[in-house]
Design a protein around this ligand. Structure first.
Ligand SMILES: [Zn+2]
Length: 237
């Protein structure tokens, strides 16, 4: 995408959740080499629906319900381990993680801007979340991770890779979902961004996306798009 599109996506990625710090978008939103932003070309039409944070436990349960009622649906969750809801939904998600239709990724323990941390602090953030995922989902989620706010540079990439997180997953399309966002806004963003080959970012921080689920599901059907996890699309990175 061109630089303008890139910046728009970055700006729209702002996390809107009262429990979490807000960040202003900057020119640094142009992600550096080594970041994954789209799916490889494939003979089938597909999109990666990725869901971050999980600060709304109510919303997390709605994602579980959606997955239970649509066996064909595949998703990737980037877990923020300080969000208490993951503990509650982990037993319900675990079988889906085991079967491969749900992938779990690392979104740090406390949602900092990794560019503002030292190398060892970056690694601590990732490893604290990693241990949580090991304990509650029984898996090793490496090598994928998603930096909070999409804030990443070559130093962060190297520090993360040194502890096994070699695949930073960014995005090319957003639902711009969060607290205080109308479900109509989410639906409009889904219409704009749910396209073949995209990695789309969503947030389980409010009911704004769950209220738009029927529309999102109809859009996928209408566009002949199947959903894939990051591992479905890339294999073992
Ligand atoms: Zn986040």
């Amino acid at each position: 995408m061109d630089r303008r599109g890139f910046l728009q996506v970055g700006a729209a990625s702002l996390l809107v959740a009262p429990a979490l710090a807000l960040a202003e978008p900057t020119a640094a939103e142009a992600w550096p080499t080594g970041c994954i932003t789209m799916l490889p070309k494939a003979p089938v039409r597909r999109v990666a629906w990725t869901v971050d944070d999980g600060s709304s436990t109510q919303a997390l349960y709605r994602y579980v319900d959606l997955l239970n009622s649509h066996p064909e649906l595949r998703m990737t969750f980037f877990v923020l381990s300080s969000a208490s809801g993951w503990r509650k939904v982990a037993p319900e998600l675990a079988p889906m993680v085991k079967s491969g239709r749900v992938q779990i990724g690392n979104h740090t323990a406390r949602h900092p801007n990794l560019q503002q941390l030292t190398n060892s602090q970056i690694q601590r953030e990732l490893l604290d979340c990693h241990h949580f995922i090991q304990d509650h989902f029984g898996i090793d989620e490496k090598p994928i991770f998603r930096p909070p706010y999409g804030d990443i540079d070559s130093r962060v990439i190297k520090a993360a890779a040194d502890v096994g997180f070699t695949a930073p997953i960014l995005w090319w399309g957003t639902f711009a979902s969060g607290a205080g966002v109308a479900s109509g806004t989410v639906a409009g963003n889904a219409k704009q961004w749910l396209l073949n080959g995209r990695i789309v970012i969503d947030h389980a921080n409010s009911m704004s996306t769950p209220r738009a689920f029927p529309y999102v599901m109809s859009l996928l059907k209408q566009r002949g798009l199947s959903t894939v996890t990051i591992k479905d699309a890339f294999g073992h990175l």
